[in-house]
Design a binder for this molecule. Sequence first.
Ligand code: PLP
Length: 397
Amino acid sequence: MPSISKKGTLMPASPIRKLVPYAEAAKKRGTHVIHLNIGQPDIKTPKVALDAVRNHNIDVLEYSMTQGSEEYRQKIAAYYAKRDIFVDAEDIIVTTGGSEALAFAMGTIMDNDDEIIIPEPFYANYNGFATAAGVKVKPIASSIENNFALPPISKFEKLITSKTKAILICNPGNPTGYLYSKEEITQLAALVKKHNLFLVADEVYREFTYDGREHYSILQEEGLEENVIVVDSVSKRYSMCGARIGCLISRNKEVIATAMKFAQARLSPPTFAQIASEAALETPQEYFDDVIEEYVSRRNLLLTELNKLEGVKVATPQGAFYCVAELPIADADHFAQWLLESFEVDGKTVMVAPAAGFYATPGLGKNQIRIAYVLEKEQLVKAVQILGKALIEYNKK
Ligand SMILES: Cc1ncc(COP(=O)(O)O)c(C=O)c1O
């Protein structure tokens, strides 16, 4: 057989996917699996978005414009303006999900063997995008002890080499739920200016912030026009993961012109999904208020329940809908598999995401899991109770 590429061989599989066969086997045995592992919100998609697709009058499903329709980009710019972020429609390229915006960003600014610094734990697919672009990830560990706050800037500086092209942050974070403060963002801004680096900010969870805290976007920092690229998405904001619409934003004209060449190669973003996403911008504020209220009460309940378990340490998320918990075990990969293969309470078990897959440094996060609180409260409580019983049973072995 002709050989597979080195890149292809190095491409990481999803750290969660390896557990799927065990979950499937558990379901076949008749065990009900409660999924704490997936970031698919159970919240309803806004009706205005679905209605816009239902009521379209398209006769020919044509390619859309490469950068996304003018009207949609104007409306995205207006959405940001309401949040004190001032960008023009020309600074925006509509992409097939935030995922494609991440791929375009890497392709636009990084060459083979260039380095990108990312605070870990981070969204596991960053590894995949970096591998596809031939880029080296230089992780910098954040700690559960301080809720995964930004590591000291001196640690970033130590990692910067002549190969470093960019720093990538996720704000608020998946899997940490950490929301960077204005001060932290300002520190990063000064750092990238000083070392002439790009700063890529993945802000797909920007709308999900709690406890009265507001999201501060890197786009609100002045004097960073050349350095900043923001990745955004409708997936979580409007519970529209299947629409596959996101965008890349930069005031750097050369970045946009280069990203456009990547965009031209894939022709255009999906037409129907753009119609839905444009209409979603009309979603009334009450929708978000209700969603945030729901996530806050789920988070509070989850933390209360987890804190009841002996030996469990949890970071308090201030945004997104994930949290990282440290368990009194040595190997969360083994524990997660054991939960699916060998444990149940009243015919139910739980599936968790072992956190090691969210770290790039080998050995880190081995006793941690990521929990997504995208389930109804009753299910969440049940899941944590099962987790508690499982920990007792597992540690007896
Ligand atoms: C941090 C983060 N960035 C980007 C994405 C990609 O989202 P999408 O391609 O659906 O917009 C996700 C999806 O879970 C995510 O968690």
